[in-house]
Design a protein around this ligand. Structure first.
Ligand code: SAM
Length: 287
């Protein structure tokens, strides 16, 4: 009887989309209710370890490179001279590792509200945490919304919001007030990057985010799309917003000559990620 779920199948139901995603598990490795959220890590048969927060998929060993590379390298090669970066959320540390692959980066401050996520990432996703002790990295465990209000104006080149979905502690990371704090924290020409959910299932949310970024004063927006099998619909996006009137031309030559190996990112996949289907362009044109 192939195809029928068994007790070893872990299923995330996407109620609003009438769909679900399942992975075959071997066992539950750890489960901790932190003051903020329920964090679980499972061993799976084919996807390595798998982290879930409050029932929502976060990271798998097998496919996280897609998300982490595309949350970082297009923005870093899209900025003329990025040196100072903040990551809001990102507690699994995969985004931090990718940012630190860029030798010209001078500082990265990561602010995740929940230290428990990083404690469990260190144990079950050690490869994602291999740059945590880089002298350029500072890991803080605090509310990213408040941190962004307090940080020195015009002190950052890139802000990457690698957050949970807009529910629970992540909710306030998706609104105009937060984006205004980000705008104030960025230097001229600085870029905000935020994971912006599924370009198939969450078009309304994507449009609301883009509208809130524009309302906050960002001058131009660019949504990029890429595959991410473990997230709802298997297709994901991030949105870039620039402090200025237009984006700089990406440093394509530097992207081509990047001094590190990447599994998904290349100048070609970067260009491909910027190509959006007509229905999305139409939705964004109506903003
Ligand atoms: N890649 C994932 C995704 O798209 O679903 C996100 C991964 S990362 C583990 C998300 C992190 O955001 C979590 O560790 C959570 O603690 C953090 N987070 C949620 N709300 C936050 C807030 N207000 N300030 C800082 N971090 C926050």
């Amino acid at each position: 009887m192939a195809g029928l779920p068994t007790p070893n199948w872990l299923t995330e139901i996407h109620q609003d989309a009438g769909s679900a995603f399942s992975l075959q598990t071997v066992k539950l490795l750890a489960e901790v209710q932190s003051p903020f959220q329920l964090v679980q890590v499972f061993e799976t048969t084919d996807w390595g370890n798998f982290m879930i927060i409050d029932g929502c998929t976060m990271v798998s060993t097998r496919d996280n490179f897609l998300y982490h590379e595309m949350m970082t390298h297009p923005a870093l090669f899209g900025h003329a001279n990025p040196q100072h970066v903040a990551i809001i959320g990102g507690g699994d540390c995969g985004t931090l590792r990718e940012v630190l692959r860029h030798p010209d980066i001078k500082s990265v401050t990561q602010i995740d509200i929940d230290e428990q996520v990083t404690i469990m990432a260190r144990q079950y996703f050690p490869e994602l945490c291999e740059s945590n002790d880089d002298p350029r990295a500072t890991l803080l465990f605090d509310d990213g919304i408040q941190w962004m209000k307090d940080v020195a104006p015009e002190s950052l080149d890139i802000i990457i919001v690698d957050s949970t979905d807009p529910i629970g502690p992540g909710e306030g990371l998706f609104n105009r007030a937060f984006y205004q704090s980000c705008l104030a924290a960025l230097k001229p020409g600085g870029v905000l990057v935020q994971q912006s959910e599924s370009p198939l299932l969450h078009v309304d949310l994507l449009c609301q985010m883009r509208q809130a970024m524009s309302d906050a004063g960002f001058g131009a927006l660019q949504t990029l799309q890429f595959p991410q099998p473990i997230y709802p619909s298997g297709w994901w996006s991030c949105t870039h917003a620039v402090k200025g009137t237009e984006f700089a031309e990406p440093r394509w030559q530097d992207a081509q000559n990047r001094p590190f190996d990447s599994l998904y990112y290349s100048e070609q996949t970067h260009q491909g990620a910027m190509a959006l289907p007509p229905y999305l362009l139409k939705a964004f044109a109506a903003e």
